[in-house]
Design a protein around this ligand. Structure first.
Ligand code: SAM
Ligand code: SF4
Length: 350
C-alpha cells in the first residue's frame, strides 16, 4: 500500500496543469482566444485600413515562441478554441512553426484551431494547415466581381483568392466565407454570393461594418448596411428558419429552407449579444483586449518577459479577466457613429 505522499508526487505534474478556469465578473467563462499574429497585410481593405497604413516596427512584435508560450498559458487556463488572425496571419514569416506548435495541443486541452484569412496565401499553405489539425477556416470575401474586389481590397486580386479557396477544399478544409455587408457595394450581390456558396458548399456569414479605426464618420455611416435589411431581402426569396446554434459570439444563424444553406449574421450594431461573450483577443505585441469594442487592454508582454516561469503571466491574465466589461457601445443610430474605437481591426484581429 502506497502512502498519500506517493500519489501526490505522482499526480503533481497533472495537478500543475489544471489551473482554475477563467470566469469574468459577469459569470462568463472565457474559452475562446483570438490571436492577431501580425498587424501587416498584403491587402488594404477600405473598411479595415487606410491605403498608407503605418505598421508596427517589427522589433515590437512578440516572437512566435513568445506567442506560443502565451497561448499555452491560456489553454492551461481553459481556452478550448484558438483562432489565428491578423492583419493577414499567413503573411507572417515562419507562421507554420506556430501552427505546428499549436496543432500539437489539439486534443490536449485545445479543442479547435482555426484561422481567419483573406485567402491570398492559401494555395501555398492550405495543405500544411490541414496537417497541423486545422479543420475549418474563415475566408473573407465581400464580392465575386473582379473589379469591385480590386476596388475594395485596393491591393488584392480575386483569382488568387478563388484559387486559394480551391486549394483549401482540395486539402479537405471546410470553408466559411465572411462578407462585410456594405451599402451600395455588395447589396446587389446578395443572391450571387448566396448562390455561389450553395454551389461550392461553403457556409456564409455576413458582418455589419464596425466603427474601428479612424476612417471619417461620414464614410462609416455611408458604408453601413444593417443586416436587418439584408435579412428582409433574403426573406423575399427564401423561407428563413432561425437556428438555436450559439458560438458565444455575436453570430446568429438562419437556415434557407429551399437550399438547406446555413447563413450567419454578425450584428454587433443592430443587436448586442455581449451577454454570452466567451472570448478575448490578444495582439501581436502582447496586449489583451477583453472586448473588441472597448479601449481597455492589459499588457501581457511585460509579465511574459519578466520571468521564465508562467506564474506572473497567469496572474496577469486572471487580473485582466476581472476587467472584462459587460459589452461594447457601438451605435450608428441617428445617422452618426457612437462607441467608435480608435484602433484598426487589423490590430486587434477580427
Ligand atoms: N486578413 C484576414 C481577413 O481579412 O480575413 C484576417 C484579419 S481581418 C481584420 C478579420 C475580419 O475582420 C475580416 O473578415 C474583415 O472583413 C473584418 N473586418 C475588418 N474591418 C472591419 C470593420 N471595420 N467592420 C467589420 N468587419 C471588419
Ligand atoms: Fe487585410 Fe483582412 Fe484588413 Fe483586408 S480585412 S486589410 S485582408 S487584415
Amino acid at each position: 500500500m502506497k502512502g498519500a505522499g506517493f500519489y501526490l508526487a505522482a499526480f503533481a505534474p497533472i495537478l500543475a496543469c489544471m489551473t482554475a478556469p477563467l470566469i469574468d465578473p459577469f459569470a462568463r467563462a472565457i474559452s475562446y482566444l483570438r490571436v492577431s499574429v501580425t498587424d501587416r497585410c498584403d491587402f488594404r481593405c477600405a473598411y479595415c485600413m487606410t491605403e498608407h497604413m503605418t505598421f508596427l516596427p517589427k522589433a515590437e512584435l512578440l516572437s512566435l515562441e513568445e506567442l506560443e508560450r502565451l497561448c499555452s498559458a491560456f489553454i492551461r487556463m481553459g481556452v478550448q478554441k484558438l483562432r489565428i488572425t491578423g492583419g493577414e496571419p499567413l503573411v507572417r514569416k515562419g507562421i507554420m512553426t506556430f501552427f505546428e506548435a499549436m496543432g500539437r495541443q489539439v486534443g490536449a486541452g485545445l479543442q479547435e484551431l482555426t484561422v481567419t484569412t483573406n485567402g491570398s496565401q492559401l494555395r501555398k499553405y492550405a495543405a500544411d494547415l490541414a496537417a497541423c489539425g486545422v479543420k475549418r477556416i474563415n475566408v473573407s470575401l465581400d464580392t465575386l466581381d473582379d473589379a469591385k474586389f480590386a476596388d475594395i481590397t485596393r491591393w488584392g486580386r480575386l483569382p488568387q483568392v478563388l484559387d486559394g479557396i480551391a486549394a483549401a477544399q482540395e486539402a479537405g478544409l471546410r470553408v466559411k466565407i465572411n462578407a462585410v455587408a456594405l451599402k451600395g457595394f455588395n447589396e446587389s450581390e446578395l443572391f450571387t454570393l448566396v448562390d455561389w456558396c450553395a454551389r461550392e458548399g461553403h457556409d456564409l456569414t455576413f458582418i455589419e461594418v464596425m466603427p474601428m479605426g479612424d476612417m471619417g464618420e461620414a464614410q462609416r455611416v455611408d458604408q453601413y448596411w444593417p443586416l436587418s435589411d439584408l435579412r428582409a431581402r433574403l426573406a423575399e426569396r427564401f423561407t428563413l428558419v432561425e437556428l438555436d446554434e450559439r458560438t458565444g459570439g455575436p453570430a446568429r444563424y438562419l437556415r434557407l429552407v429551399e437550399t438547406g444553406q446555413k447563413i450567419g449574421l454578425i450584428t454587433p450594431l443592430t443587436h448586442n449579444f455581449c451577454e454570452s461573450c466567451n472570448r478575448v483577443r490578444l495582439t501581436c505585441t502582447g496586449e489583451l483586449y477583453m472586448c473588441l469594442g472597448q479601449e481597455d487592454m492589459a499588457d501581457l508582454r511585460a509579465p511574459l518577459r519578466a520571468n521564465a516561469s508562467d506564474a506572473g503571466l497567469e496572474a496577469a491574465i486572471r487580473s485582466a479577466i476581472t476587467r472584462k466589461p459587460k459589452g461594447h457601445d457601438f451605435d450608428y443610430s441617428r445617422a452618426k457613429v457612437a462607441g467608435q474605437v480608435s484602433r484598426h481591426m487589423s490590430h486587434t484581429g477580427g
